[in-house]
Design a protein around this ligand. Structure first.
Ligand code: AMP
Ligand code: MG
Length: 287
């Protein structure tokens, strides 16, 4: 186990090992006893491990392995989903990454079943897929705002479980991360977005309306965790007031998911010795 962790991240962060969303301390650092500096140093070190594993996944995908990994990020505005994409996923080779953010459905998307746009964005074999928001919005924002009646969103939990089972059986390892921040930290981050012109683009006046519905969102997240945390497709709850911890934790969750695939470098589909001799014998074709 890596220095600073007293419990492996997947065990410490599993939804079932965590308090209810409303009782969770967003400043806590489950399973990790190191300070910020130690955490940041460790994240940088572990990023290279993550990059190697992801490269191996990609290499195997090129050789016919059907498996993939899908990181699902959910959290209130300013929880740091973009920061995880930039700093954690950003540490691996972009060739093997497929990233999708899911916003308010377009007219075309609305004309289809809610899983239509999700299916279109699934990672291909060998890829690390990243969903910044996901099908879970269809039982979060949709539920909180009554965008459809309960008779429509209520059956979605079971439908999502069936959908995810299908994904897992097709070779996709799911890493579902619920990032939990405090209202106080959100206020700080919203204020920050208004201090510099290079941050304005992250600010959305409508985020304040969502913030006003905090208790409703907490209840909706709690329902998601209670109804869609399965051993096949587990939820991890990551306290996210400390960005350094969030990034370290997600790095470790991805490493654990990739390690569970027990990947090896794909063997050469050519005779290595013969090719070594051919390369050694190469002459300059322009002379
Ligand atoms: P952002 O993540 O800041 O780009 O914001 C995306 C917005 O799209 C959030 O307010 C989400 O709640 C909203 N959104 C995402 N999926 C859905 C959906 N299925 N129905 C309604 N709103 C959605
Ligand atoms: Mg936003």
């Amino acid at each position: 186990m890596s220095t600073g962790w007293t419990t492996p991240a997947p065990d410490a962060l599993r939804a079932t090992a965590q308090p209810r969303v409303a009782e969770l301390d967003p400043r806590s650092t489950p399973g990790f006893i190191g300070d910020k500096k130690t955490g940041q140093l460790l994240t940088a070190q572990r990023a290279t491990v993550l990059a190697d594993l992801q490269e191996m996944l990609y290499a195997n995908g090129r050789s016919g392995d059907r498996r993939s990994v899908l990181l699902v990020l959910q959290g209130m505005d300013t929880a740091g989903k973009g920061g995880v994409v930039k700093h954690v996923v950003g540490a691996v080779d972009p060739q093997g990454v497929s990233h999708t953010s899911f916003g308010v459905p377009t007219e075309e998307e609305r004309s289809h079943h809610y899983l239509w746009r999700i299916r279109k964005a699934l990672p291909r074999p060998g890829q690390l897929g990243v969903f910044d928001r996901s099908h879970y919005e269809d039982v979060l924002v949709v539920r909180v705002h009554n965008l459809v009646p309960p008779s429509v969103w209520e059956p979605r939990y079971d439908e999502i479980n069936a959908f995810e089972r299908e994904l897992v059986e097709g070779g996709t390892t799911l890493v579902k991360v619920a990032m939990v921040i405090s209202p106080a930290e959100q206020k700080v981050r919203l204020a920050e977005r208004l201090t510099q012109p290079d941050k304005y683009w992250k600010y959305n006046p409508r985020d304040l309306d969502e913030r006003a519905l905090w208790p409703e969102y907490q209840a909706a997240y709690q329902a998601v965790l209670e109804r869609t945390d399965t051993d096949l497709a587990p939820w991890y709850v990551v306290p996210s007031d400390r960005k350094w911890y969030t990034r370290l934790a997600v790095t470790e969750l991805l490493i654990a998911a990739l390690q569970s695939l027990d990947l090896r470098w794909p063997p050469a589909d050519f005779d290595v010795e013969v090719e070594q001799q051919r390369v050694a014998a190469l002459t300059d074709p322009t002379s």
